[in-house]
Design a protein around this ligand. Sequence first.
Ligand SMILES: NCC(=O)N[C@@H](Cc1c[nH]cn1)C(=O)O
Ligand SMILES: [Zn+2]
Ligand SMILES: [Zn+2]
Length: 509
Amino acid sequence: MECVKTLTTSRNNERFHRQEEMLAVIFLAIILGINAHPFDELHQYVDEHVEDYVQALREWVAVESDSSDATKRPDLHRMMDMTAEKLKNMGGEVEMVDIGSQELPDGTTIPLPKVVTAQIGKDSNKHTVCIYGHVDVQPAKKEDGWATDPYNLTDIDGKLYGRGSSDNKAPVLAWMHAVEAYQALDLDLPVNVKFLIEGMEETGSNGLDTMIVAKRDTFFSDVDYIIISDCGWLSRKPALTYGTRGNCYFFAEVEGPKQDLHSGVYGGTVIEPMTDLIGILDSLISPNGKILVPGIREAVAPFSDEEWKMYQDIDFNIETFKSKIGVSQLMYNNKVDLLSHRWRHPTVSIHGIEGAFSASGSKTVIPAKVTGKFSIRQVPDMDPAMVKKQVTDYLNSVFGKRKSPNKLKVTMIIGAKPWLADTKHALYEAGRAAVKRVFQMEPDLIREGGTIPIAQTFQDVTGKSIIMLPIGGFDDGLHSQNEKMNRYNYIEGTKLFISYLHEVAEIKE
Ligand SMILES: NCC(=O)N[C@@H](Cc1c[nH]cn1)C(=O)O
Ligand SMILES: [Zn+2]
Ligand SMILES: [Zn+2]
């Protein structure tokens, strides 16, 4: 009897252990099932389509979508059509939003390029991300000193040279290719994806603010997060960007005689507009970079110890930076000063003088009317409306002291706000995880000296959090001669976006 009891107990124990084992297996399967994401298949798909991606970029770079040149407006419209077409081919619900027209300096108006919006996926159980980018470019001419035709994408040693290749055509395409990879492999998209692609970013995103306000309760109503990939890494290491500077862009027009004058015949008798203009431009900033407009420096948010430490911890080589841009001396010699003046202090840049003689040769003329163009990159807590007043008042006062009979007119043509994000937000944690998976390293947390004019408006109007997830290289030459996108950044960047979509889906909010 005792023996039968022992046998039954041991059978029960065995059954219990087997059940326990099965439960463990099921539990493990569930865990693996949830976490198993086919990254390998997706990455392999990307690797198999590299040449298609390069060809797509070639076709986009071939379009001279320069938003600053009204004569190129037909190309810009075509670029927006191509963007819409690509999103339609991906099954997107596409809209081309009319954002009105633009007044040119001569008083005529031309239509603004339509903004392309698209929606892919509408599952209310998933997060929805909105990818913002632009497909307009800065001007470029071969004569500016390009080694290759700026509108013919040219591959030299894995570097894809062409205007707009890095800013911002390849990153926009990489996002589209990331979504396409999920679709091609018949994999469920981890999040709903919306696209908002514009064609006026390089000239201050004219018309976009109004459109965002108008679409706050429609297009943006279900958007959880906004992602922007319109900036670059700081070094060879991937980065997540949490701030951009704003930009206030000014025209200072000085008008004198009714027409240009012979400098031999009239020189010494007239007060020259160009002399006045150079004088007032020179009053904006000292040779060592101190902004002289009263009130500007006082408005800059204090630099905290925590921030100082963050900058100190960033891996950044000043000598590499110097050699990349070809200068022997910088404004600052230590890393923290240099990075902070690049990212979180304002600066004045003088860009050009319209009406001045600038061709080769030696024309001896006194220009009758000249317009100086300069901008002030601004930072928290500066405010564009305040900067406009400070600069206008200051230049009028400096000009007044010259007692010149010429006329000065100061206008601010762009007033783009700076943007700053909370790096503790889950979007940044997701960014870290995606970077680690694709690049096996921690990303740098950086700010950007350039401007995404619409970033802060997105944040203010929609109340949604934004992350900037760059894939451009540190030496891409944005806005400059020989702009390029590395094949490596373009392709691994596409994989990063694939991973990021997965990581965002995991955010519990
Ligand atoms: N890639 C972003 C970029 O280059 N943005 C422009 C936007 C701008 C600012 N003022 C006029 N355009 C930039 O110059 O930072
Ligand atoms: Zn850009
Ligand atoms: Zn740009």
